[in-house]
Write a protein that binds this ligand. Structure first.
Ligand code: NAD
Length: 271
């Protein structure tokens, strides 16, 4: 057995939203660290494309699963336990904002669409809570595990025009702290729950509001960069180190934290 505290070889990870930008990048880095990875996504075509990309990096399978459907989650939990016998790591990367849940420049607070507000809340909050409970139960039975949630800069101070997403991700923060506390008290201190809070990364969901069709920065982008001491957007591979660290035994006394990966955005008052 390796005495390298960062060693993750042969652990079993589940990455929800693994067909997406962040989930697939995190999956690739886990595979390269020797982890066996199950990517879950609601979209079969996204899974097929990512499995084709990831299969040379290590042992990976893709399963269709809706993170808002507890039967679907329990079904894949059973399939994973039948195949590999345990679940060591859960990365809750299914989520994101939705166009209808973002106010346009012309809209006021009173134009908020409740249906979209509820949808974005459901996906980002319950889409983290349900998998954490279903896969966390398997971790509790085996006495060890690490859960990593994805928070956001929208939880430190208010960001214009994104009410539902901000509320949901703030819910993810307190859920992270609550579950970390309960898992340590009720079961074993070896089950840890943490979150990472990415700063601004160009992804499929926010590209249109950050980058103009000609490739230049939008006015919103310029504001983000002005508030980011490192003066740039993040590269999604810059999330990999913290995820690997939090999954590993080197983080054995770290639970209930929300760690920003943001080029200093959350530390800066703007003055
Ligand atoms: P993405 O849209 O590329 O990936 C999300 C994936 O989740 C998609 O493949 C989608 O099919 C899947 N999904 C949606 N609903 C689902 C459901 N009900 N069940 C299962 N899968 C479902 O988004 P991303 O940019 O990779 O973001 C991943 C996470 O990181 C999200 O929580 C997002 O809010 C967060 N985040 C992203 C950024 C960024 O800059 N990209 C910044 C901060 C936080």
């Amino acid at each position: 057995m390796s005495n390298n505290q960062f060693d993750l070889a042969d652990r079993i990870a589940v990455v929800t939203g693994g067909g997406g930008v962040l989930g697939s990048s995190i999956s690739k880095s886990l595979l390269e660290a020797g982890v066996k990875v199950v990517i879950l996504d609601i979209r079969q075509e996204a899974l097929d494309a990512k499995i084709a990309d990831l299969k040379d990096a290590g042992e990976v399978i893709g399963l269709v699963c809706n993170v808002l459907d507890r039967d679907s989650l329990k079904n894949v939990r059973q399939q994973i336990l039948d195949k590999w016998g345990r679940i060591d790591i859960l990365v809750n990367a299914a989520g994101g904002n939705m166009p209808g849940a973002t106010l346009t420049e012309e809209q006021t607070v009173f134009d908020m669409k409740f249906e979209d507000f509820n949808k974005v809340n459901d996906l980002n909050l319950n889409g983290t809570v349900y998998p954490s409970i279903v896969f966390g139960e398997a971790m509790a039975r085996q006495g060890k595990g690490s859960i990593i949630n994805i928070s956001s800069m929208a939880t430190y101070s208010a960001i214009t025009r994104v009410p539902g997403y901000s509320v949901a991700k703030t819910g993810v923060n307190i859920f992270t702290q609550w579950m970390a506390m309960e898992m340590a008290i009720q079961f074993d201190e070896k089950i840890r729950v943490n979150a990472i809070a990415p700063g601004f990364f160009i992804g499929d969901q926010n590209r249109a509001v950050l980058i103009n069709p000609d490739g230049s920065y939008t006015e919103r982008s310029k504001k983000v960069i002005a508030r980011t001491p490192m003066k740039r957007f993040g590269d999604i591979t810059e999330l990999n180190g913290i995820v690997q660290f939090l999954c590993s035994d080197s983080a054995s006394f770290i639970t209930g934290t929300i760690i920003p990966v943001d080029g200093g955005f959350s530390a800066f008052s703007g003055v």
